[in-house]
Design a protein around this ligand. Structure first.
Ligand code: GLA
Length: 424
């Protein structure tokens, strides 16, 4: 799954200096769309002789550690070999002229003088708001492209990360845009600073208080390595993903994340409520202990004091506390080459997300249960924010056809079938 260079390896490429065929397919599409839709625009502002700048960034899967990032715990994502790419040029005019291949839609954003404090432009199509958000956050850091004094750009975007499927196409879009800005002459940002910038752009653009996982995975992901990220210290290390005969498969249920915005923010608030109730109890019991997030709560704390919490915050806390332990156990299993233990942790993560965090749905549960019946499937769980989206499966390569066939034949209801699930 992970054989494309990540932006950390190759931040950007000048299509003028590189054969088109050497670029990932989405970058080739972005170049073609830029040439067809934007390069010839009379007021595009870019010199037709200037090289076309290309950048790209990957989507991500997450082995384990779901909803732990904003609780300052651990996550273990892997970068995908699917990317969002951008091709374009800087412009002297202060505007963003954009084209999305996926949406077959153009958008124009006149950059205001006080971009750093600009609101989200609600008249922009959804996808363009992420790019506006990245430009705004770059302005807030005084990190817009410099040498040409060009604050604007014309750029086309294309990608093969499924949109809205829980594989972080939006993070890939943001990181591609920020990497593109860097290639246009913006000051180089350390990868984690770029990830945080893109996280702020996402939070503001869509009003969801997302954590750092997706953008960090897109900025830092490397082929064949999982990224163990401590979401409090932002320290990270790479854990080789080498399990003989085992592969990761992602099954897209195509169930849209309709509840994701409200449900996500609600889960965050419920976690904060659990911390507010538990912290004084734990700190009173052990003077000197600091509980500022669920990261600081241990299974023993929950066993001793969980009864002080209402049912819902208790369930949310139980998921986060157990999931953090599962991430660390998964890293140990990966390092030991122990696929069976990793798979068991992945199944346990699904049960916890379903029962305690309540972010699964009937279709995700059904896929996980069907996968469990196929010999050679080692683990399966819903992945990402939930309420729809994907199932991640850890599968012996030889068992992939059987799993595929079993899911193709599954007697799902009509509502399910309409979603036309697909393998990736
Ligand atoms: C979304 C968010 C991430 C993370 C996951 C759930 O992908 O963007 O920050 O919280 O959901 O693990």
């Amino acid at each position: 799954m992970m054989d494309q260079p990540s932006p950390a390896d190759i931040p950007s490429r000048d299509a003028g200096a590189l054969p088109l065929a050497a670029l990932p397919a989405p970058a080739q599409q972005a170049v073609a769309a830029y040439r067809a839709r934007l390069a010839g625009a009379p007021d595009g502002g870019a010199s037709p002789e200037a090289p076309i700048i290309v950048a790209w960034a990957p989507g991500r899967a997450n082995l384990i550690g779901e909803h732990t990032d904003y609780n300052l715990g651990w996550v273990l994502p892997v970068a995908l070999d699917r990317v969002v790419a951008v091709a374009g040029r800087p412009t002297a005019t202060p505007d963003l002229r954009l084209f999305s291949v996926h949406h077959q839609q153009a958008a124009r954003y006149p950059i205001p003088a006080d971009l750093a404090n600009a609101e989200v432009d609600q008249s922009l199509p959804f996808w363009a708001r992420y790019i506006q958000g990245v430009w705004r956050e770059l302005a807030a850091l005084d990190a817009l492209p410099r040498p040409t004094q060009a604050r604007g750009a014309s750029a086309a975007f294309a990608g093969n990360v499924p949109v809205g499927g829980g594989l972080s196409s939006s993070a890939a879009l943001e990181v591609a845009a920020a990497t593109f800005a860097e290639a246009l002459g913006a000051p180089a940002l350390p990868p984690m600073t770029m990830a945080q910038l893109c996280q702020r752009a996402e939070q503001r653009s869509v009003g969801v208080r997302v954590g750092i996982m997706d953008q960090a995975a897109s900025c830092l992901g490397r082929a064949d390595q999982a990224l163990l990220l401590d979401c409090r210290s932002l320290d990270y290390e790479y854990v080789p993903f080498h399990l003989p005969e085992i592969t990761l498969a992602v099954y897209d249920t195509r169930v849209p994340h309709t509840l994701a915005t409200s449900g996500y923010n609600e889960r965050r608030s419920q976690c904060e409520q659990a911390v507010a109730l538990l912290a004084p109890i734990v700190q009173r019991e052990t003077p000197g202990r600091v509980v500022e997030s669920l990261r600081d709560v241990t299974p023993t704390d929950l066993a001793r004091h969980g009864a002080a919490l209402p049912d819902i915050p208790l369930r949310r806390a139980r998921h986060i506390v157990s999931e953090n332990a599962r991430v660390l156990a998964a890293v140990a299993a990966l390092r030991a080459g122990d696929a069976a233990t990793l798979g068991a942790l992945i199944y346990a993560s699904h049960a916890s997300l379903r029962d305690d965090y309540a972010v699964s749905c009937a279709e995700l549960d059904a896929v996980v249960e069907i996968a469990r019946t196929v010999p050679g499937v080692v683990g399966a769980r819903m992945m990402g924010a939930g309420f729809g989206g994907n199932v991640l499966a850890l599968v012996c390569r030889a068992a992939l056809p059987a799993l595929e066939a079993r899911l193709a034949d599954a007697p799902f209801g009509d509502g399910w079938r309409r979603h036309a699930p697909a393998w990736m």
